[in-house]
Design a protein around this ligand. Structure first.
Ligand SMILES: [Zn+2]
Length: 98
């Protein structure tokens, strides 16, 4: 998984193409505000009504691209090593990503 929490990604496929932030969820890519599905939330207490809520559905990893925070373009991710530590780099501009 080379996409991390807080990354901005571009969704390439699906009904909600666009870019947004990644939210953490069990190794899946869940994108804030996009790819929403309607769910009925059941009443928690007696006397309350159930309500419709929108929740983001996870997006297949292959359908998103990272947007480089430096050059603002969707890019593939490369890796580089510096003193034994591994860093992600933008394949387009070569800058280090977090
Ligand atoms: Zn870049």
């Amino acid at each position: 998984m080379n996409i991390r929490k807080g990354d901005t990604v571009l969704i390439k496929k699906g009904k909600d193409k666009g870019k947004s932030k990644v939210l953490p969820k069990d190794g899946k890519v869940v994108v804030e505000g996009l790819n929403l599905i309607k769910k009925i939330q059941k009443a928690k207490k007696a006397g309350e009504k159930g309500q419709m809520i929108s929740v983001p559905r996870s997006v297949f990893r292959a359908n998103v691209m990272l947007i480089c925070p430096n050059c603002k373009r969707p890019t593939r991710i490369g890796y580089t090593k510096d003193n034994g530590a591994k860093y992600r780099i933008c394949k387009k501009c070569g800058s280090r990503i977090s």
